[in-house]
Design a protein around this ligand. Structure first.
Ligand code: ADP
Length: 674
């Protein structure tokens, strides 16, 4: 029972806590999904923005690249055409003047000085023989011969025939250095007299015509249609992002300028920003995930709480035991439906009430209040206590209450929890059973008396016969003339003794069949024995049975005299009846008494039939008998009487018997009232 232990619960939970209903859990789940959706959308928007910015940047870069490439191409073209003009002018001047050699030397030196992209200026005659060259270190002729690969011959030929300046195809010399040449014919009076040739190493051309700042941003490459690189210039390394190509014309021949841009350092900042945004979003997602986990846990806890609540409600409703919780001051903080049914008051009427409670019996307010105080002081008996309460309709009922400490979730003692049993019906039934038992005992005594009536009548007959004969003797004496008063005195005295004897028999019978409440009072065992023997003496004589009895000289014991007599008489009579077929010589019934410090042990032993094994288990069962006219209630009543006196009654085989069979009935009684 709950009251036997400590109750662990929280009162606020008990009466008011209601777990979140399922639709609220659904709403929570939705609320949790919204920020997730918001964050996903924000992330998408941010990434789109970054992508757009990147696109714009790429577009801007491309526009800047194209602009720069166009500018570069224009710059180179401007330079080359400037050179062309100067060479044309030199060729014209050489055609008009006689001191051609001086003109060439002077002007060529000037030209080379101002245009470092030209590595050499050569003057050929019409038969392709070098007349002069500047700087002269690249002479003599054989080198010029080596200088003239087929492509230059072809350009020479075309320039001679067309009579105008002409660029050669690119060609490689000195290992892998690429060159181009421009041929400018020299006419004297419309006659081709020679050819001016300017040599451009392409790497020098780029080195001089591409400014430094350009190479900090781009890589410039001169290549042909087959992407064979002739020359390149750059000051940076790294990953290229985009490139742009433009024809390198003149000189033409499918040559092109390819300019490649390189990633600038600012990109890393942008990447860092993107990374930061993604990391932050991931962080937010992670925290939302954690929150989601927490929420899931909470939902699970709520679910558990709901089923716990439902389980507790079902338990509360099915309980027939009343439960009532009070705080430390004695105010009711909880009652269960069973207690409401028991008391007739609703929970609302009871919760919040303090002493005197509406269900206290008005005529026992003081006693009930004292018990109430005992409970609050923590001194309520652990085995429970009985009290009378009054229902709302005025009906009284007996309650058995067990009180236990009420401990909250933090282990704090917050009040008292009582489990209350309505024992009115049980008490009524017990009372009924007790009355029936008493009635049965009484009936049994009457039956015993009825059975003993003939022997008692015979017993009574003896003193009556003696009285009659003494009386006759007296009358005879009185009829004599010499009768003296002292002659009849002895007879009258004997009449008196016999009358007392008869009176004693009648008193005993009267006492025995008297109906009285069972009560334990100091009682002399010697008197009990004497009375019993007085009852059975005549019967024993008739049955030729010897009764051996040591009348115990012990102080009075707490017992109901009549009840003890009934037990002893029953055991004696059973013993005598069991010896009906025992040879007369052995028909002895022995009553012995043993006294120890705390208990008295009385044994009634016979040399009778003994108890068969199949009978032994049923001996003390009511209405069990092996006798044709027996009632079978004797031993069952004996046992309940002995137990009423807090003693024990049992049967053993008698080991000391000449007949080989016999029984000892033993009962104990406590010496002190308990
Ligand atoms: P009843 O005497 O009316 O039969 P009891 O309850 O006194 O009822 O006895 C129940 C039965 O126990 C008896 O019928 C008998 O069989 C057995 N019994 C009782 N006392 C003795 C005894 N001293 N020896 C043998 N059997 C006994």
């Amino acid at each position: 029972m709950a009251a036997a232990g400590i109750t662990w619960c929280t009162i606020s939970d008990m009466s008011h806590a209601r777990p979140t209903p399922p639709n609220s859990a659904r709403r929570l789940r939705w609320l949790l999904a919204l920020p997730k959706l918001g964050i996903v959308m924000l992330l998408i928007a941010l990434l789109s923005l970054l992508w757009l910015l990147h696109r714009n940047e790429v577009d801007e870069d491309r526009a800047a690249l194209i602009k720069d490439v166009l500018w570069l191409e224009q710059n180179i073209r401007f330079h080359l055409s400037g050179n062309e003009d100067q060479l044309q002018q030199l060729a014209a001047d050489m055609g008009n003047r006689a001191d051609r050699k001086n003109v060439f030397r002077l002007r060529a030196a000037h030209l080379l000085k101002n245009n470092p992209e030209i590595s050499q200026l050569l003057w050929f005659d019409a038969h392709r023989k070098v007349i002069d060259a500047l700087p002269s270190t690249t002479l003599p002729d054989q080198e010029i011969a080596a200088f003239g690969p087929p492509v230059t011959d072809k350009a020479f030929e075309l320039a001679s025939r067309l009579g105008k300046r002409f660029y050669s195809e690119p060609f490689f010399l000195d290992g892998n250095r690429a060159f181009i040449e421009i041929m400018v014919p020299v006419f004297v009076e419309s006659q081709l007299k020679g050819m001016l040739v300017a040599v451009y190493p392409l790497d020098t051309l780029l080195g001089n015509l591409v400014p430094w700042w350009f190479t900090e941003k781009y890589k410039v490459v001169i290549s042909d249609d087959n992407d064979i690189p002739y020359a390149a210039k750059t000051n940076i390394e790294g990953k290229s992002t985009q490139s742009y190509e433009i024809p390198f014309d003149p000189p033409g021949y499918g040559m092109k300028l390819r300019v490649t841009s390189y990633q600038n350092a600012d990109n890393s900042l942008q990447r860092l920003l993107t990374l930061a945004i993604i990391t932050l979003a991931a962080g937010v997602f992670w925290s939302l995930w954690l929150v989601r986990d927490l929420m899931k846990k909470r939902l699970r806890a709520e679910e558990a709480l709901r089923s716990e609540h439902a389980f507790r409600a079902a338990m509360e409703n099915s309980l027939t035991v009343g439960m009532r919780a009070r705080d430390l001051k004695g105010t009711i903080i909880y009652v269960n439906p069973a207690f409401c049914r028991m008391s007739g008051f609703s929970a609302d009427e009871l919760v919040g009430q303090s002493s005197p409670m509406p269900y206290w019996a008005p005529d026992q307010i003081d006693e009930t209040y004292a018990i109430h105080q005992t409970v609050l002081a923590g001194e309520a008996p652990a085995e429970g206590f009985e009290i009378t309460f009054v229902r709302k309709n005025g009906e009284r009922f007996n309650a058995l209450i067990y009180e236990a400490k009420l401990i909250d979730g933090n282990g704090q003692h917050t009040g008292w929890m009582a489990s209350i049993l309505d024992i009115t019906e049980r008490k009524r039934a017990e009372e009924q059973a007790r009355l029936q038992q008493e009635q049965l005992q009484f009936t049994s005594r009457l039956v015993t008396m009825g059975e003993m009536a003939s022997t008692l009548a015979h017993e009574l007959n003896q003193p009556l016969a003696a009285i009659a004969s003494y009386n006759t003797g007296c009358l005879n004496l009185l009829e004599r003339s010499d009768c003296q008063a002292q002659d009849i005195r002895p007879a009258l005295e004997k009449i008196s003794v016999q009358a007392q004897r008869a009176g004693k028999i009648i008193r005993r019978v009267h006492d025995f069949v008297r109906k009285s409440e069972p009560k334990r009072a100091p009682c002399s065992l010697a008197e009990v024995f004497e009375d019993c023997l007085g009852f059975v003496e005549a019967d024993a004589r008739k049955r030729h049975i010897r009764i051996e009895c040591d009348i115990p000289q012990i102080p009075a014991i707490p017992a109901d005299r009549l009840m003890l007599e009934q037990v002893l008489l029953n055991l004696i009579r059973n013993g005598m009846e069991a010896m009906a077929s025992t040879p007369e010589a052995y028909r002895t019934l022995r009553i012995t008494t043993e006294v120890s410090t705390d208990e008295l042990r009385v044994s009634v032993s016979d040399h009778g039939t003994g108890i068969a094994p199949e009978v032994r288990d049923k001996l003390f069962t009511a209405f069990f008998t092996t006798k044709p006219e027996g009632m079978g209630v004797g031993l069952s009543i004996c046992r309940s009487i002995i137990e009423f006196h807090r003693g024990r009654l049992w049967a053993e085989d008698n080991p000391h018997t000449p007949t080989g069979s016999g029984t000892i009935f033993i009962f104990t009684l406590p010496m002190e009232a308990t």
